[in-house]
Design a protein around this ligand. Sequence first.
Ligand SMILES: C[S@@+](CC[C@H](N)C(=O)[O-])C[C@H]1O[C@@H](n2cnc3c(N)ncnc32)[C@H](O)[C@@H]1O
Length: 403
Amino acid sequence: MFEQRHILAFFGQNCYNECMELMIPCASGLEAIVKRQLAQLGYPHAPAENGRLNLTGDWSDVARLNVFLRSGERVLIKLLSFHAETFDELFDGVYGIPWENWLDLHSLVLIDGKSVKSKLGAIKASGGVVKKAIMRRLCEKLHSRSPRLEEDGARSIVGVSIFCDEVTVTLDTSGDGLHKRGYRSLAYTAPLKETTAAALIDMTYYNADKPFADLFCGSGTLPIEAAMRSLHIAPGMHRSFDFTAWKCAPRQVLENALTEAKDAVSLRPLSVLARDISKDAVSIAQYHAKRAGVHKFIRFETGDMRTFRSQERYGILLSNPPYGERLSDKESVKTLYRDLGKVYSSLSDWSAYLLTGLPEADRYFGKHADKKKKIWNANIECGFYSFLGAPPPKEPRRTQEIL
Ligand SMILES: C[S@@+](CC[C@H](N)C(=O)[O-])C[C@H]1O[C@@H](n2cnc3c(N)ncnc32)[C@H](O)[C@@H]1O
């Protein structure tokens, strides 16, 4: 028999205030950034584990996290964790979850499974067992005449992650990954994930008062995310989430989160530049920026990065240049980085940040990186190099007048 450790989530229906265990998966290496974003959103207690953050919250939190979180990949409700080494143990464990409180006979149940270092390694077969257990439970508890679900209703993605024979079952409230903000419909070569782009911006000293430039903007992800952050535009304002179609989730919570998001938007002039050598890339970036509602806050230019000059000071250059793996050959890429280093030297007090899979990119760039961090981008191990410029002078402190 399986050992039931704890049923973590509350199984009552339509209850706003009941506490659930939530999990936010994120790209490996970005846990600290997502943790900081959570703290800024009012969730200071979110311990990080390999590639995910754990916290507790109610349905209002589920809605807020989906709408506001910039670099988390999804918002999952953790239903149960238990030990299982056989299909029978897996079936019993999953059957023990009161699915009737989460799903109905029309739910379209999709299983998203993964298994690492576990006896239940055949993930396709395990997924079949999980689905069977859910169907059996629902049909019995909801007195269905048919042994199968209709599956013509709302989508529910059930996550089954097995690590060292410990099974964790989750329900995905987001549905489509949170990187899908809704503005990026076209792709120009090797676009960055929006969630990764937002995390990279958070790893710089950028703020809305500073100039921002991406000289290799491609489809525009970095400048668009920078503008959205500076204008306080929530990333999930213009998309849908699976949980809103579930009977167990209160109707009002998304509306409340969206009202909060609308109230938070604060438009102001920005200096954000999206530049690329390709005319097509720039027009795609422009199109995406329009869809994101930020095109009026970004300057778009077509040009080789070698011709970029700026009189502005204390700017942030953040780019994801080609690195030879997928886009161009290694030798021309090394020359590109050498020339980029020269362009950077011409900029007064700017900081430069590069995400690249080119090993030892700082050697070609011609400067010693102040920081280097490993980040996975599209399954490629990349380095995120920070070259820090001088900080802007601090406002002189007013000395208190003594009367
Ligand atoms: C990896 S892609 C950038 C992807 C982008 N971050 C996104 O999310 O869509 C690299 C970009 O560099 C551009 N590029 C290549 N050589 C360039 C050069 N010499 N000057 C400016 N842009 C260049 C390419 O046209 C391509 O759009």
